[in-house]
Design a protein around this ligand. Structure first.
Ligand SMILES: Nc1nc2c(ncn2[C@@H]2O[C@H](COP(=O)(O)OP(=O)(O)OP(=O)(O)O)[C@@H](O)[C@H]2O)c(=O)[nH]1
Ligand SMILES: [Mg+2]
Length: 130
């Protein structure tokens, strides 16, 4: 597929901020630092449009990238890193749960796993949840 245009439409922290133009959404999930934002950059042929960091916990909001005016690639906070504070983890968890459970536009979830290691217990929990 040829990607002609990508725009970060909104960085949301709650349901009322999600896009309202009713397009399909495709979400990346995975543990913090696994490379979700990097993978989005690879898909859209951009260097650091979705911001990445060697420190886990970089993505803190649900970011909706509109591709070719047709669908959204959705980047979100990762799970499972102890050095993200406990209250923050709880906040991300609730925010993600709300999006995952209540969003009809969400058509597919892509789960990234670091194949250099066995899936973590958080990976397994997430998988069971799906
Ligand atoms: N070796 C290697 N490093 C990668 C790969 N993909 C991403 N990285 C590096 O891993 C680090 C984390 O990448 P991010 O894309 O920010 O990870 P993320 O999953 O979005 O992390 P959070 O936003 O914290 O949830 C960065 O330093 C990237 O350069 C990969 O395929 N191989
Ligand atoms: Mg990220």
């Amino acid at each position: 597929m040829k990607i002609n245009h990508v725009n970060l439409e909104i960085s949301a922290v709650r349901r009322s901020q999600y896009p309202t133009d009713n397009k399909p959404e495709f979400l990346l999930v995975g543990r913090s630092n696994v490379g979700k934002s990097s993978f989005i950059n690879t898909l859209i042929h951009r260097k650091n449009y979705a911001r990445t960091s060697s420190q886990p916990g970089k993505t803190q909001t649900i970011n909706f990238y509109l591709v070719n005016d047709e669908f959204y690639l959705v980047d979100a906070p990762g799970y499972g890193f102890a050095n993200v504070s406990k209250p923050m983890r709880k906040k991300f968890g609730l925010m993600m749960e709300d999006y995952l459970i209540n969003r009809p536009n969400l058509k597919n979830v892509f789960m990234l796993i670091d194949f250099r290691h066995k899936p973590t217990s958080d990976d397994l929990m997430m998988y069971q949840f799906f």
